[in-house]
Design a protein around this ligand. Sequence first.
Ligand SMILES: NC(=O)c1ccc[n+]([C@@H]2O[C@H](COP(=O)([O-])OP(=O)(O)OC[C@H]3O[C@@H](n4cnc5c(N)ncnc54)[C@H](O)[C@@H]3O)[C@@H](O)[C@H]2O)c1
Length: 245
Amino acid sequence: MRRPLENRIAVVTGGARGLGRGIARRLADDGARVIVWDIAPAAFDPVTAGFDPLAMIRVDVTDEAAVAAAAEESLTHGAVSILVNNAGMNGPVKQVADYDYATWRKVMAVNLDSVFLVSRAFVPRMVAEGHGRIVNVASIAGKEGVPGIAAYASAKAGVIGFTKSLARELVTTGVTVNAVAPVMVETDLLKEMTPEHIAASKAKIPMQRFLTIEELAGVVAFAAGPDCSFTTGFTFDASGGRATY
Ligand SMILES: NC(=O)c1ccc[n+]([C@@H]2O[C@H](COP(=O)([O-])OP(=O)(O)OC[C@H]3O[C@@H](n4cnc5c(N)ncnc54)[C@H](O)[C@@H]3O)[C@@H](O)[C@H]2O)c1
């Protein structure tokens, strides 16, 4: 079996369940030793997940000091050369006129501030090693905008802008920074959505089905791997033909 990530250490945020867990499993299958970060690590079970993490760290990715401490702890295992910023939350489905500011701030913090904080914590060591792969989980919502989830869509558009900017800062260092923009996958994220919102999202996918966790994990594994050496600042599409850009 091909194990392109052998001898690599990866951190996956929000890796206890859902997409993060599937991504972590795929990276582990490809040979990486994976450190899972999550605010709720109790959701993780290695048997269901299908791999044993190198470490599991309880951390709130919106807490600057906690992120710095978790990064320091992660680096005691060796150079972390793959970072997947996956932790995120949807927030309620509500029109902008009805959306409260505290919820807006929280959705921004979990989806966007976290990507800045966690990337900042690992970039210096990646640059010193001359190698790194940062993969940010954005969303189709960040490319297109979606009614009812303006906070989420704005945060994910911010993730795409951050990805392009950091990629350009690091372009000669050996560290690539890319994003993925998935459409809907059936995970716990959907619990905050209304049935109408879910049905409308599915109807917009030309392949007429949801994306699977394994399909997205495959895209992330490419962006995190050695073959993705000449692509940086890019947002990989995983939309079943919805976004052809
Ligand atoms: N499921 C979808 O349809 C879909 C579509 C596009 C993008 N995404 C994105 O994919 C990512 C993963 O989503 P998911 O569907 O697996 O959701 P999920 O709710 O199943 O999992 C999110 C994980 O992030 C963790 N998390 C949340 N807040 C955190 C915090 N402050 N600190 C640390 N960990 C935290 C949760 O505990 C959980 O393990 C998110 O960024 C989401 O926006 C999901």
